[in-house]
Design a binder for this molecule. Structure first.
Ligand SMILES: Cc1cc2nc3c(=O)[nH]c(=O)nc-3n(C[C@H](O)[C@H](O)[C@H](O)COP(=O)(O)OP(=O)(O)OC[C@H]3O[C@@H](n4cnc5c(N)ncnc54)[C@H](O)[C@@H]3O)c2cc1C
Length: 290
């Protein structure tokens, strides 16, 4: 590999980032594959790399005073899937990433830092209005993950910054839904994924949200489509569904999605909405809990 640094403290890492523009390597499962050279040859990025896996300041999953959950950037998919502090949609997505060996290395910082539209964690995180905390030698800033990921493999990360953590605000949903469509059940990159959630109070849907992964250059959340359902009585939902599905199709259709993939998205949304219309038991719709 190019020039490697192994900072022992966060301060050292931030200085290296500022002075050398050293690129963080966490689990390495994206960087190593992107810069592979062939059998028997070590991957060779053409930029300086710093291995950040020893930085304890970026570890840990904890509940904050306001009920939010903060997930350190070095938390692995396996740790996230196992943590009862983490909201169900995110645990479910983490538990379906790659194979066990991958889940023990792949970090949340790497999954969002890579900015791939096929990454499994941004989709449920954006559903939940998660924010990303970015550190540089000169300070800290926070932004919505939906704004941090700009497009396919493009993020708002500055070349002097490190992702410190992801913060998920508290939510209580009556119904939750997550589905990932891959070539096979395990160890498959997402072909399409969908999360949805809604809260029903006194027969009225007080909050409705959905997010599509791998359906465009970045995760798609259509606030316009969501607003067609939010604040509507459940009793009116059946009449709204066709227009809602058309609005969702409109939101994903510019992204060169073949018809069968758009139909699959509509089928997943319909599965969720029908359960709400039919007064399903509150909880998880469509599949096993975890
Ligand atoms: C066989 C295989 C199967 C896979 N299956 C899946 C799958 O099912 N679902 C899925 O979503 N992904 C999958 N991936 C992709 C990959 O494992 C994930 O994206 C993983 O989360 C990347 O994390 P990492 O720690 O390995 O990232 P790294 O490779 O270390 O880094 C990835 C990018 O993020 C940046 N980065 C990492 N940490 C930070 C930080 N703290 N601050 C700033 N930038 C940072 C790096 O500089 C780099 O640009 C798979 C990969 C392989 C090889």
């Amino acid at each position: 590999m190019g020039v490697n640094y192994v900072p022992e403290t966060l301060e050292e890492a931030l200085l290296l980032r500022k002075a050398e523009k050293a690129v963080p390597l966490a689990g390495g499962t994206d960087i190593m594959v992107q810069h592979r050279r062939g059998l028997g040859l070590a991957p060779q990025p053409d930029f300086p790399v710093m291995i950040i896996s020893g930085l304890n300041e970026l570890r840990g999953i904890k509940k904050l005073d306001d009920g939010s959950v903060e997930i350190g950037a070095l938390s692995t998919a396996a740790e996230i899937a196992a943590s009862e502090l983490v909201p169900w949609h995110v645990r479910k997505a983490a538990s379906g990433m790659g194979a066990i060996s991958l889940r023990n290395s792949a970090t949340i910082g790497g999954n969002i830092g890579n900015g791939s539209p096929k990454g499994d964690l941004p989709q449920p995180l954006i559903l939940l209005d998660a924010e990303v905390v970015l550190l540089s030698f000169d300070g800290e800033r926070r932004m919505l993950l939906d704004e941090f990921i700009i497009g396919a493999k493009k993020t708002a990360l500055r070349d002097d910054e490190i992702i410190k953590s992801v913060i998920i605000p508290p939510h209580e949903f009556t119904y939750s839904y997550y589905r990932k469509i891959g070539m096979r059940r395990a160890n498959a990159i997402s072909k399409l994924s969908l999360s949805a959630a809604c809260t029903v109070k006194d027969g009225v849907i007080s909050d409705f949200r959905a997010s599509s992964g791998a359906a465009g250059p970045k995760v798609i959340r259509s606030r316009e489509a969501e607003s067609m359902i939010t604040r509507k009585p459940v009793a009116e939902l059946e009449d709204i569904v066709p227009d809602f599905l058309a609005a969702w199709d409109h939101a994903i259709s510019p992204h060169a999605m073949p018809k069968y993939r758009r139909n699959t998205t509509a089928r997943m949304l319909t599965e969720f909405l029908e359960a709400v219309i039919n007064g399903a038991e509150p909880g998880i719709i469509g599949q096993e809990a975890l």
